[in-house]
Design a binder for this molecule. Structure first.
Ligand code: TRP
Length: 457
């Protein structure tokens, strides 16, 4: 490959400012993965030990993979598939991870929108005062299962969520994505802090913190590492071209290294804060931390109904969960939309419409698979679980691996360093160390965790 023969950037909208770019990427990263998925994964995988493994993986693998994706995106200013083609050549097999990525985005959308819809239902219920009464956690759990398995209500809320995402995507990169993210993210942090303080002051709250922060390695298996790695990639939106797509809107003056570190720090902070909000409540109300995907939907209503002005707090929290989910669904939607736009030269409106349509079809099936269609399983998993499993346990780790190997081995180190430092405007003193990580440590670690996880399961 001769990098100097790259075509000039195609005509592309860019994020207005570095801070806008960071907020948008943090918006993509911070989502249901942090507030809904992280606590239940940690709960099912032994708490503190999971957190520790997660932190190491996020900062070693996560930052490296993110920088590899940033390189691909900003160097080319193209969608994930076209970007790989530009860098590797038209007939090259290296475009496979690009395709894996854009279709993986659809699969994730297929279950993500369902959960996003649930957050709208809970927002509606809190606003209408349903959590004011004193229901036990068993009752709240039963109400949640009843709701999820209902054939109409969750589908209705999911459609509303797809509609909202569709609207924002239609507005475009600056007026849609960037503007929404810049308002949503600071608010989200504020509310999490307030709720963290409230949760810590609950009776028995400290027991929850002990669970989250004291590692118990007797629980750790190969499966724990695989869960922590897929959670890390999922939470940072890595391994499927989402960060390739977002960084294709970054300006040359945006510091890639600084952005990657900020995004990773903020994303991890939100996950840990969500744990600090949720685990004290779990222990305070005698709920099992190993509960699974309904954990957040049972614990938080339990907390709120004990508080003065409970429905106000509940509404605020679920509104913010909605916002966190929204900035993530936007990014997932954008990956496929801009792929259609760049590859097939469809208009923005047509691309948005086609993507939304695909999301509706997948989403309806995955929502119904939790109720009406729950007897249709494959390998013991519902369609909803299969989408999650295939995307986060298989496609994303493989995608991350291939992106790293590609950038580590196929891109001349000089070209890589030039892009990561914006042609020398920024320092990146530990570049040789980073390059070593990218070439050897990260790919080997991903392979070992991947096979180790499956062998032991
Ligand atoms: N990272 C988001 C979350 O934590 C979800 C998400 C958005 C995502 N874009 C992604 C996950 C791309 C994987 C790939 O909720």
């Amino acid at each position: 490959m001769n990098p100097s023969s790259l075509p000039p950037s195609v005509h592309r909208p860019l994020f207005h400012s570095q801070i806008g770019a960071i907020f948008a990427a943090v918006g993509s990263a911070v989502g249901l993965g942090n507030i809904w998925r992280f606590p239940y994964e940690a709960g099912q995988n032994g708490g503190g030990a999971f957190l520790l493994i997660y932190l190491v993986l996020v900062f070693v693998l996560g930052v490296s993979v993110m920088l590899a994706e940033f390189f691909i995106g900003r160097k080319t200013h193209q969608d994930a598939v076209t970007a790989m083609q530009t860098l590797a050549g038209k007939r090259s097999a290296w475009i496979i991870p690009g395709y894996m990525g854009v279709y993986c985005a659809l699969l994730i959308n297929g279950f993500y929108f369902v959960v996003a819809g649930w957050t709208l239902e809970y927002l509606y219920q809190s606003a209408s005062g349903a959590f004011g009464s004193n229901r036990t956690s068993e009752e709240l759990g039963a109400a949640f299962s009843l709701f999820c398995s209902n054939p109409l209500r969750p589908v209705f809320w999911m459609l509303v969520f797809i509609g909202m995402t569709h609207g924002i995507i239609n507005f475009g990169v600056q007026r849609g994505i960037e503007r929404v993210s810049k308002i949503a993210m600071p608010l989200l942090f504020l509310i999490l802090l307030i709720l963290g303080v409230r949760s810590l002051t609950l009776p028995n709250g400290m027991q929850g913190l002990r669970f989250l922060f004291t590692p118990d390695f007797s629980q750790v298996t190969g499966g724990t590492f695989l869960c922590a790695m897929s959670q890390a990639f999922f939470s940072l939106s890595l391994g499927m071209g989402c960060m390739v797509t977002y960084s294709s809107y970054f300006e040359k003056s945006t510091s890639l290294v600084k952005s990657a570190i900020w995004i990773t720090l903020l994303d991890t902070l939100v996950a840990v804060l969500a744990g600090i909000v949720i685990f004290p409540a779990v222990f305070s109300f005698g709920i099992a931390p190993t509960q699974g995907p309904d954990l957040v939907f049972i614990t938080l209503p339990s907390v709120f109904q004990q508080m003065p002005f409970g429905s106000l707090w509940a509404s605020l929290f679920f509104a913010l969960l909605v916002i966190a989910a929204l900035t993530s669904t936007i990014s997932l939607h954008e990956v496929f939309t801009v792929y259609l736009q760049d590859r097939f030269r469809f208009s923005r409106a047509t691309s948005t419409g086609l993507t939304s349509f695909a999301c509706v079809v997948l989403g309806v099936f995955s929502s119904l698979s939790l109720g009406m269609l729950s007897s249709f399983t494959l390998g013991g998993m519902t369609f909803f679980d299969q989408l999650d499993f295939l995307s986060s346990k298989i496609l994303m780790p493989m995608g991350a691996l291939i992106f790293c190997v590609f950038v580590g081995w196929k891109i001349p180190p000089k070209t890589l360093q030039a892009e990561l430092t914006s042609d020398g405007i920024y320092n990146f003193r530990i570049f040789p160390f980073f390059h070593f990580l990218l070439r050897y440590v990260v790919p080997l670690a991903i392979l070992m965790i991947f096979f180790g996880g499956f062998l032991r399961n």
